[in-house]
Design a protein around this ligand. Structure first.
Ligand code: UD1
Length: 429
């Protein structure tokens, strides 16, 4: 069996400038929210990634008319004909759970299988269900998520943890619910505010209050809109860590630093020169990386769990010891054995890893186990001496439009090749 993989010849610094694709974590809820109203939504700068493809197929199954030309997608949800989300699609992506709030809001009923997605942790849905129950939605225990939303109405919801997905699900259900909803301890991620901005342009009434809670006043209908998705801060962060690891100087255009404050502060501590303006962000890497004595991932505005694996790859080339604690997803360290295969000196200790930066990464044949581990292995390959093959491309394609194109533009020697499975290749241990 042949599978595509990425081939990288490492050791080349990155130079140049790049524009970043639209945000995955904004596009997925925004596309799903199209279900809520009549009329055509035209969405520009929608990333060409497989998670978007799956979402568009689920929208079609629900009865939406969907068309796509490059990065522009149109969704016409005038007629919703099916409130059942098929198992084969929902099991592919975690964000399929957002169809629960969207379908319940629009049709007052929804039937979904439990969601899939990257195997980065147990990823339960108790917070989604508990919050929707507060809004008057009833669930039947059938092995699927069967929602009866006939009693849907505004309410006060206090999330025990600021879950991104649960916050989005409450917003989606509450926008068309009679009365007012207040979400306390709502997630603060910028993609939540982008979803609210999109919905407000369609006639919804949502507002983020100074204490971070979100107030939603239910409206009867939502109208059409034209909207452009903002750049992906995680993709931008990936390329910044790539430049830190490989050396060089790159500029990320069209990206306000808002949303990346914490990773930029960490990069500065790592010895990088960062210039962040309203419309661009630049990193100048001296080629020597300082270790990070201690860092833990946290909900926004903390260090994002999605950039933890890219950070590990860069710290493998640092001078000194770093200790990184993962506090969001328990299986985010599956990249560690692959980095070790490339010469990294990393020890796992419960929810922490200790990285002894040794500047000794070498090329190897490795495989991604989830989206961000794939990005981390590409970064390690750019910094390593020799050739690296990264398998598991299907994970990388879930979130990166074309990582090879982007990094080639920055001078990396990286390409997509057909070949044998990474697992079948001789491994350098
Ligand atoms: C979203 C992002 C993902 C990011 C994550 C954390 C999208 C499409 N995905 O995922 O890229 O890594 O936020 O920033 O936007 N939890 C529960 N019960 C629940 C829901 C969540 O215990 O019902 C736990 C999770 O297991 C995890 C934590 O809460 O430990 C955070 O999850 P959550 O914020 O919901 O992440 P996602 O929305 O799945």
């Amino acid at each position: 069996m042949t599978l595509k993989h990425i081939t990288i010849t490492g050791g080349k610094p990155l130079y140049g400038q790049i524009k970043i694709q639209g945000s995955k974590n904004a596009a997925l809820p925004i596309l799903t929210s199209c279900i809520l109203g009549n009329g055509v939504c035209r969405i520009d700068n929608c990333p060409c990634i497989s998670d978007v493809d799956v979402t568009l197929r689920m929208l079609k199954t629900a009865g939406c008319r969907v068309s796509r030309g490059g990065s522009t997608v149109t969704v016409d949800a005038s007629q919703i004909t099916c409130c059942e989300v098929p198992e084969n699609e929902a099991s592919r992506i975690r964000s399929s759970i957002l169809f629960l709030g969207a379908l319940t809001g629009r049709c007052r009923t929804a039937s979904l299988p439990f969601p899939g997605g990257c195997a980065i942790g147990e990823r339960p849905v108790n917070l989604h269900i508990g919050a929707l129950e507060k809004l008057g939605v009833c669930f039947e225990d059938t092995g699927r998520l069967e929602a009866d939303g006939r009693g849907l109405r505004g309410a006060r919801v206090t999330l025990p943890f600021p879950s991104v997905g649960a916050t989005e699900n409450v917003i989606l259900a509450a926008v068309l619910a009679p009365g007012k909803t207040l979400i306390q301890n709502a997630a603060l991620e910028p993609e939540i505010d982008e979803l609210c901005e999109f919905l407000n342009l369609r006639g919804a009434r949502t507002v983020r209050k100074p204490d971070g809670s979100i107030l939603i006043e239910g409206v009867r209908t939502l109208g059409p809109v034209r909207y452009s998705i903002k750049p992906d801060r995680i993709v931008a962060g990936t390329y910044l860590f790539a430049a830190a690891a490989a050396g060089g100087k790159i500029r990320i255009c069209g990206l306000p630093a808002a949303g990346l404050e914490n990773p930029l502060a960490v990069l500065k501590k790592m010895g990088m020169k960062i210039t962040a303006e309203n419309s661009f962000c630049e990193i100048d890497s001296p080629g020597i990386i300082r270790a990070v004595p201690y860092l833990e991932t946290a909900p926004y505005p903390g260090f994002p769990t999605d950039l933890q694996s890219p950070l590990l790859a860069a710290l493998s080339e640092a001078r000194g010891e770093s200790l990184i604690r993962e506090r969001i997803f328990e299986n985010r360290f599956r990249v560690v054995p692959e980095l070790i295969r490339m010469g990294a000196k990393i020890k796992e200790e419960k929810d922490c890893v200790r990285i002894c930066g040794s500047q000794s990464l070498h090329g190897a044949s490795v495989a991604a186990t989830d989206l961000r581990s794939g990005a981390a292995l590409v970064i390690a390959g750019l910094a390593a001496r020799g050739a690296t093959k990264v398998g598991g491309l299907e994970y990388i394609e879930r979130g990166y439009e074309n990582i090879c194109r982007d990094l080639s533009l920055l001078g990396a020697e990286i390409s997509l090749s057909d070949g044998v499975l990474a697992e079948e290749m001789p491994r350098k241990v």
